[in-house]
Ligand binder design. Sequence first.
Ligand code: AMP
Ligand code: ZN
Length: 490
Amino acid sequence: MSVAISVAISVSVDSRPPLRFFNTLGRRLETFEPLEAGQVRMYTCGPTVYAAPHIGNLRTFLFEDLLRRTLRWFGYRVEQAMNLTDVEDKIIAAAQRQGVDIATYTDPHIAAFFCDLGELAIEPAEHYPRATDHVADMIAMIEALVGRDCAYQADGSVYFRIGSFAEYGRLSGVDLTQARRGERVADDEYGKDDARDFVLWKAAKPGEPSWSSPFGPGRPGWHIECSAMSKALLGETFDIHCGGVDNIFPHHENELAQSECANGTPFVRYWLHAEHLLVDGEKMSKSLGNQYTRSDLVARGIAPRALRYLLLSVHYRHQLNFTFDSAATASAALERLDQMRYRLDNARTLDTTTADDLVEAGRRFEQHFATALADDLNVSGALGALFSFSHEVNRRVDQGVTVAERAAVVATLESADRVLGVLDAGAWRQREAPGGGPGVGDDEVEALVAERTAARGRRDFAEADRIRDRLAELGITLEDGPTGTRWRRS
Ligand code: AMP
Ligand code: ZN
């Protein structure tokens, strides 16, 4: 056993190729070199906690998880901050409509976000700063910008002076010089000197939450949040900044301008952006009724593990088209891997120490896997290598495997799963167990039962009944009792 594991690990960190990422800043592939050897600091724009995340948001968070896990697999220590935007126009309006304060309104959405991270096996970041906990940092940064004449006050608000930053547009390629000076573009920003300028501090309006500041009572604009929180947690210059492509302009362009003007130092070295998720080829929107959350999909029988696999399986710089067929394909792919693992675990043990085909196959796989990931997170290549390896294992198991081979394959799969987070060594065994049927594993049942309990908790009985019917189709019987719901396979 120890021999085999040392084989699997010895091909790892030392022989891994250098990582290359596509940097939005400059729009080219670059070899990754962190500021501090062995240590990566990265900031990932987090959710606006106005509603539970939709699967588009989750796609971006999963891309960031793949990046984080890949960096760790390549031997780096990672310090990641992901912010929670818990004050902004839509949140304020919704809280006012419900007659509650913004924390009361955002709390359940923050809980839903963390629940999704757990269900989708997204590794926790080191920091989850909330905008409302960092207003003092934002005010300090705005003061620095005013002090450097990169910002000015007007009617109780403060604006960033785009004309003060000659490099504005460097990240996104957007050319704002075409916007006419003095043009008034937004109702609440009529004090701007220049149409292109954007708000750093919004003057308080009656009934809205506000903080006192040297510029008068008000609240921060969205862009300054990320500049101030990244500086507080990761420093003025850090390695990687991520988000979805919609973040490139104006959000990240504005962050870059603010941070470099306020600090007088370079802001971020590598900017990585994920393309959007579409549903049935269309943009998600409430009016089309295609804006799914994780729990919507679990209620339709898609296990979180299959959703993770599906959302990860397309390269982050390509659009991903979600369909229910593609979710079924993802489940089937995982089943093939589950079954391979089961066959390996149950294969006859060969009484020899000479055969080492699968040790070699594991070594080759790990090299292909590493090469693909190093190439700007080429996840299709990495999964392709995994399926070729799985095929080789399947071909061999009928003849039996040696102790060293079995241990090497297990160690190699566990190593790959530190990046992918989708393998479940016990899943096929559960199906094979007496009473276990194909089509549903215990984790899937537990997830559906939890969704039903949540639906009952919010008195959505139609949804609860739909989930009960779905479970019945899968051969699961529920018994509701005083201590909760128990289930059994019928
Ligand atoms: P938000 O909660 O709107 O602030 O978005 C959180 C993250 O999800 C940001 O990084 C967005 O760029 C990203 N995002 C928003 N919509 C989509 C989508 N349809 N597909 C992928 N990522 C998205
Ligand atoms: Zn941000």
